[in-house]
Design a binder for this molecule. Sequence first.
Ligand SMILES: [Zn+2]
Ligand SMILES: [Zn+2]
Length: 922
Amino acid sequence: MGKQEISTLFSSNPDKYYRVALFDKLGFQRHRCITCGKFFWSILDKSVCPDHERYNFIGNPPTKKRFDYVMAWKEVENHFRTEDHSIIRRYPVACRWREDLYFTIASIVDFQRIIGDKVIFELPSNPLVVPQVCLRFNDIENVGVSGRHYTSFCMIGQTCNADIQGGYWKDRCIDLDFKLLTNVLGINQSEITFVEDVWMGAGAFGYSLEYFVRGLELGNAVFTEFEGDANQYRVMKNKIIDMGAGLERLAWITMGTPTSYDSCFESVIKYMENSIGLEKNKEFLSSYFTLISDKFNYLNGYQSDNVNILKGEIAKEMHLSFEQLEKIVSPYEAIYTIADHSRTLLFAISDGSLPSNVGGGYNLRILLRRILAIIERNKWNIKIDNLIDLHISYLKNMYPELEQYRNEVLEIMKIESDRYINARNRMNSIANNLKKTQKQLTVDDLIKLYESDGITPDFLKELDIISDIPHNFYTKLAELHESAQKQSNNRLFDIDEELPPTRLLFYEDPFLRSFSAKVLKIINNKYVVLDESAFYPRGGGQEPDNGTIDTFPVSDVIKYNNIVMHKVENLSSLIKEGSVVNCMVNSNRRDSITKHHTATHILNSAARNTLGSWVWQNSAFKDVDYGRLDITHHSALTKEQVSDIENIANTIVMKNLDVNIKEYERGESEQKFSFRIYQGGVVPSNNVRIVNISDFDIEACGGTHVSKTGELGLIKILKSERIQDGVIRLEFVAGKHAIDFINKQDHHISLITNTLGSSKERIVESFTRYFDESEKLRTKIKIFMRKTAIILAQYVCSNAKQISNDGVKVYSTFDNELDEDYHILIGEKSIGLDPLLLYISFISKGDGVRVIVFVGEEARKYGYNAGQIAKELSGRLGGSGGGDKRFGQGGGKFKNKINEVLVGENFINNTILGRKNQDGLQ
Ligand SMILES: [Zn+2]
Ligand SMILES: [Zn+2]
């Protein structure tokens, strides 16, 4: 049974599923749309559902009250607070608590936690309302164009668990929403239509009532009553109400502005209108956007390739040419787009997301590049800093946290803008080539251009390389970048019987190194399952313990579901199921890994303190001899930044802070410590183990840790490297390995001082002097070479051998003393002296050989080609080469063939003459 069957099931029993008390009280009747067959409820006698109604609130709102975005929220907040709802702060737009999502896409996502393949709802209070900012990137091309599409919008989430204290079900839900529309927003009862629908999510489904006013959907109340799938389901123990209403739309319906953007971005739009000197023709825009909204509405999220067809129709209706219409409308589309995109970036960066080429960051980069391309294309004087400041000063009444991250947001926007400008030169040259070839570019071509060279279609449009941005470009691109993190749950083991979860002794006593346990099972003659274990299994980036079970070495430890498996090499028949075994954990190994793990936590917060709030752990790896921490950051680190991070980390070590480990109920820990705890990813259990380094760093983590930071002794960062766009890798050592590293460096310094005949104290001085001297020598040699070149060239010319009747001569040499620079200088001089000369040198280089070829001007006229000769000779030496007619170079790895080439003059002659004949005279 699919969605259609469920829909039929619910529709066939409307009294049970859809009829609410309000409908009877006010005389709502059930109707069926004559166009699409959908069922809906309204007081007025209507024949079509709201999907087939025209937008008729633009310029003519159905209420006397006027509420812009923030005002509308204040009304909503007040209404639900009076009705005993907790009003909670929005959750981050970067969805750190779900592995399958980069961004929060709906208000209900705040309260969903996924355990296994089950969705669990966790509400911090009941009932509640949240103004959740949601990010969606599947309609980017409609943003600014349709009048109502956004990349970020506020979904008012009215959420409740019906079956616990404070909960309610559909009658009260619809009552409250109806009251909001009528009493609070002042909309007449008869204007409101409820449409029957169904909702299906992961592992649960229910029926829903969508409510509309004058063709505009304002909200959707979902009653999640069943769990399971369409074939097999039952009533949930805790039924959930998930009502989501678009705040942008509530504002729009009361304001009746040409677009929804005008009700939400007033100050930002005004700023842009003033900057570019745009005079708003409100009436024209109202009629235009009524028409375009209608077209989008009729077509239900218009999905064709070309929005221009719609515009063409509208131009006709408005008695204008397409070009005339475009001229008026396109600046507005542009500023609406900028307003939307800049607000999305503000939220995303404030919440710690970075624009990049990977993962969700990719969408953010697209948004910023679209803004920059629009501003550049139109040569507008619009400052991104001003846009951000205007957004913040308007939104701070609702989202005070935005002000706190202002500087970080501006910094990231600046870095990203500069990056775009720097990339422009390269993009320009690629674009010019495209222009020359005049190739018809497909969507796939455009995607490739973006992926490999960062070239946006906006940019190509600006250069007239494409006439329009294909409608599905951004959708297709977004699909490509959708989170593909879903890990396949391969069954690695066949465990036929139910084994009890292994008791994890390393949590109970982190210092336990020897213990005895009962063997419950031996799998594949290799993996030993014990009833309890002090062996830490591989997990969370921490490498597993080693040790012995009854003196047999344990080489690996893994966890499968709740069971710890010990891989034992050469498992003897002495270890039997049911027997009791003595186990030893390798203590040195565990201690080193543990220190590297705690150091990871310290470095993570040290990096955030040094670099900025956007720093998150991307991944981490803790091994015996070193640790690795990948953090999110926009640029490669400077030496100073690395040493700052190291200094902060070592200050924490020296302070000898307590490392407290405590379990919390998940919801409690999220509220108490924020989503920052999810540095190492999502914790798939109800209880969260919080590792708190005296409030310096607080993370949810299942690894092993020291109890005081002083135990680390020292943290030393070995290396920092930008491993991908937006991700920096730090490699480090702690404890004994840090000391070893310092000792090794000290030893190297001793070797150098010995060679220099200096002392450690004076090593920098001595080295600088030594280096300066060798630089001077290098310069002297160059001068000497230049001065003697002419004499050497004369020698070359007089020792060249004539190879054919046309007077062409060849000089060839093998050199294992001087380098390429020398031969390039002499070769060049020689063909200058004798234009009939071919200069060929083979230069020994390591295990291989380099080939340099010059051909004089006259010799070139006879068809001798330096590039060809270099290619041929290099080929025979087992390598490759090339060049132009005058100069060629290459090389090969068969040094031993040099003699063959040099001794056998004929070989050269044949090669060169062969070339010549093949190419013919020019
Ligand atoms: Zn309909
Ligand atoms: Zn950890």
